[in-house]
Design a protein around this ligand. Sequence first.
Ligand code: ADP
Ligand code: MG
Length: 249
Amino acid sequence: MAEPVLAIRDLNKSFGALKATEGVSLDLKPGEIHALIGPNGAGKSTLIHQIAGTLRPDSGTVHFRGEDITVLGVAARARLGLGRSFQVSSLAPEFSALRNVMLAVQAKASSSFRFFRPVMRDSALIEPAMAALARVGLQDRARVPAAELSHGERRQLEIAIALALGSKAFLLDEPMAGMGPDGSRALTAFLDGLRTEAPILLVEHDMDAVFALADRVSVLVYGRIIASGTVEEIRADGEVRRAYLGDAA
Ligand code: ADP
Ligand code: MG
């Protein structure tokens, strides 16, 4: 079996008396979308923050591509190729889609040099930036300011930026939030193709999207994973239906 890209083992995090993460272990394997579902307040975002490095776990480990990253900061994890979640948008809204990706290409090039920051000319940035835009299907929107893109296109642009930064895995926290049905369908189709670029740990409330996309689903309730399996297994699980899915299943 392929080595997991991300391996989370026995993670624990409390806020005072509240156990927001309790003994959580999960893997993200190459090429897969692993969905994390659960009711509001279950601890999904808290878990994503610990994987992304914005929150430090009380105990447990996070390995990324074989390396223990448990105590690394956000920037160090991003340098290793862990794509950030969507919770804080990193876009410069007044800049074109292309310029936003060019900034990422420049940042990636600079981070490869330890002692000086080479200033690359635009001509050297445009080609890799256009390539990243093409990978997410935004090549025809290159000159449009980020602020004028649709909600879904901004998600695609954020992923183009992450790809330009060298992301080897994505942590997506509710990427469908605030989207209408058309936007959700378009983003679902897009994420479906993205898994071959880099595996995705996907927190999502939109069950149509989860059931359409997930290779595996883990269910988080009160900080604990109560079930993990294929879409069919999760849909058939009585405990999951009672705890979370209700009529949606
Ligand atoms: P979810 O993303 O599944 O809706 P969260 O991870 O945001 O859940 O929250 C899990 C629990 O932890 C909630 O009860 C929430 O109120 C609590 N919580 C989250 N962040 C903090 C924090 N920084 N301080 C205290 N409590 C927090
Ligand atoms: Mg959340």
